[in-house]
Design a protein around this ligand. Sequence first.
Ligand code: DC
Length: 221
Amino acid sequence: MSFNVAIDGPAGAGKSTVARQLARQLGFIYVDTGAMYRAMALYFLRQGIGAKEEEKIGEAVSRVDVSIAYENGEQQVLLGGENVTGLLRTEEVGNMASASSVYPRVREKLVELQRRLASEADVVMDGRDIGTCVLPQAHVKVYLTASAACRAQRRYEELKEKGALGTHTLESIQADIEDRDYRDMHREVSPLRQAQDAVLVDSSEMSIDQVIEAIRRLMGR
Ligand code: DC
């Protein structure tokens, strides 16, 4: 049976950095589920569908083809065969992903893909509902969080480094993060919450390496 590690938590807690490096160290596959919701969101944006148009989103879900491939161990997300990985990490796509991921039809389609990947290989999977819904039997579950101020600061540095700050300020990024937290935690289907058997790790005062070490200790590896 494959070994599954589930890492959930709010935006900007460091999930993807931690999960990617941990997977590499262990020879596991890293599954970034946020990127799948972002790819769907990109499709809706391209189709000119608004975040509130549930019926149109539902119809679009039955047409959209999201799949995953790996290149040099890095997850690539394909939308109808087109590699859209490089287009997903914008604020616009992130906000649309948060808004459209409230719909059950969006979630059902992606959860099925996620479960299949986890059954086929040893994975470190990160997201919002991995420990609570997608992989309730995961061997290790971590709820990784950090203060909103700390997460906004990290996101700000990341965008600045990429030269992608645009009109964003530290304040607007923190406001976006708080809005997104609220939506992710209060939606009806699979809200973000710590699974009962997940271990809470607060990364506010921890380095990436310290977080990874803590998770490896939980795994006994
Ligand atoms: O982790 P991220 O910022 O790439 O995720 C983008 C959005 O996708 C997030 O705001 C909520 C949604 N999401 C989700 O609902 N469930 C997941 N397992 C992963 C992401």
